[in-house]
Design a protein around this ligand. Structure first.
Ligand code: URA
Length: 242
């Protein structure tokens, strides 16, 4: 692929901007400065260097972000900063989108990608991707409430009850809750329907992929092959028990 197109595909800017980067000597290909925009790049093990910072070429990107409380998932955030302000600008440039959403006041694992099929696969209601949440409740969680969550609660505007796919107590007011759907405010609405109230919510797992314990709030990392494989297993299989 031509160097100019490679830079554009990676989110380094529009055609004119990428051409300028190359012609002003700011780009190296596998360690060698290249000044011709139409230079043909060999695509295997391609490393780009922009202003002495290395970027491995990735045809598509898959990211895990530890979303902090106080950020909105939309690109055009309304009332709070966008999660995109936590990511390098070139991800936005290359069309990365959140895979599902977390509320502004929720934290935890948020996947992002520019692979449309991947986004569809992990957000389609038909696939029933398991998600797990650490839920801090306003009131002590009773055994009856846990039974109600596991048995199914009827949410407003829904016609059939929705059951948690796992619910374990962590402490008096804290539970780990597994769900298979991704309905609007689902966990908050489920806890409300069970007679409690969510004080704080953290997504700790999607499918077989857990929020890495060393990924601090506000940090992101690439999902590598092994991470994608653990996610993919649970597309076909089921929800992890909480
Ligand atoms: N359920 C909610 O109520 N909020 C979230 O952010 C995620 C799941």
């Amino acid at each position: 692929m031509q160097l100019l197109r490679v830079l554009q595909s990676q989110g380094f800017g529009v055609r004119r901007a990428c051409r300028d980067l190359i012609e002003t000597g700011r780009v190296k290909v596998n360690g060698v400065r290249v000044l011709e925009p139409d230079f043909e790049c060999a695509m295997t093990a391609l490393t780009l260097t922009l202003d002495d910072q290395d970027w491995a070429y990735r045809e598509q990107v898959y990211l895990a972000l530890h979303k902090p409380v106080g950020f909105e998932c939309s690109r055009q955030a309304q009332h709070h900063p966008s999660v995109f302000s936590l990511l390098p600008a070139l991800f936005l440039e290359r069309g990365v989108q959140p895979v599902g959403r977390l509320d502004q006041d929720s934290s935890g694992l948020l996947l992002l990608s520019d692979d449309g099929d991947f986004i569809h696969r992990y957000t389609s209601p038909k696939k029933e991707i398991g998600k797990r949440y650490r839920v801090v409740c306003k009131h002590p969680v009773s055994e009856e409430q846990i039974a109600a969550l596991l048995g199914g609660v009827l949410l407003r505007d829904e016609t059939a009850p929705i059951a948690a796919r796992g619910c374990t107590r962590v402490s008096e007011n804290v539970i780990d809750l597994g769900i298979a759907e991704g309905k609007y405010h689902q966990v908050k609405r489920m806890l409300a329907a069970a007679g409690n109230r969510v004080e704080s919510l953290q997504r700790t797992r999607i499918g077989g992929y857990a929020l890495p314990s060393d990924l601090e709030a506000g940090q992101w990392r690439y999902l590598e092959e092994a991470d994608l494989a653990s996610l993919a297993e649970t597309v076909a299989a089921a929800v992890p028990s909480a």
